[in-house]
Write a protein that binds this ligand. Structure first.
Ligand SMILES: O=C(O)CCC(=O)C(=O)O
Ligand SMILES: [Fe+2]
Length: 224
């Protein structure tokens, strides 16, 4: 086990996980409930490396578009989000069939804390987004990536881009899975409205703070 934590870059995901939940709990998780998802992490290291490489290309383009959309230079948004040090955090969601989907949710309504999230679902319907007081199903499109704007892009853009409020439902007969990659600033990185976007007429709508402090407040439901 120790060996696994000293090798190549994707292992930082596990280090991060261990750091978050503690080694004992991590081992407990490995031998109990979420065995399936965590084993698939270990077994598919190469696949994850390949996937991360492909995602990088898309991530660079997405940040460029977001930057240009705000009238900034192409590189500015990504730099403000942590540049080369942006963290790629892969999570695997596993939603088994549920006898009473009318009484349960897969994931409760939330916005992602990340800058952006790139998500691949399987073909089972479940993701919903909230708009104009309604929940809308996100249709499954084969080979398409789903992109969420997360809280950090909302902050960087001083509210011009809104983080998407979403949730997941569960299915009576089918198992749903999804593989989101959260693109996060490094934990010590300070995130706030990009100075060029702030002036007399556009006062900052968000505090500037370290990403780790943002996460702490959000997870503990404290005011930001
Ligand atoms: O499973 C999904 O489609 C979305 C999951 C999600 O919102 C999350 O993990 O943050
Ligand atoms: Fe989410």
């Amino acid at each position: 086990m120790a060996d696994l934590f000293t090798k190549s870059p994707p292992i930082t995901i596990f280090k991060k996980m261990v750091h978050k939940i503690g080694m004992q709990k991590f081992k407990d998780v490995l031998i109990t409930g979420r065995k399936y998802a965590l084993y698939s992490f270990f077994l598919s290291r190469e696949a994850n490396e390949e996937y991360a490489k492909s995602l990088r290309v898309i991530v660079d383009r997405m940040f460029k578009c977001l930057s240009l959309g705000l009238g900034l230079e192409a590189h500015e948004m990504m730099e403000a989000a942590g540049g080369e040090d942006i963290v790629y955090l892969l999570k695997i969601n596993y939603y088994p069939p549920c006898p009473r989907p009318d009484l349960a949710l897969g994931v409760v309504a939330h916005t992602d804390m990340s800058c952006i999230t790139l998500l691949v679902p399987n073909e089972v319907q479940g993701l919903q987004v909230f708009k104009d007081s309604h929940w809308y199903d996100v249709n499954y499109i084969p080979n398409a990536l789903i992109v969420h704007i997360g809280d950090q892009v909302e902050i960087l853009s001083n509210g011009k881009y809104k983080s998407v409020y979403h949730r997941t439902t569960v299915n009576k007969d089918k198992t749903r899975m999804s593989w989101p990659v959260f693109l996060e600033p490094p934990s010590e990185h300070e995130v706030g409205p990009i100075p060029k976007l702030v002036n007399e007429a556009n006062q900052p709508k968000f505090k500037t703070k370290k990403y780790k402090d943002y996460v702490y407040c959000k997870l503990n439901k404290l005011p930001q």
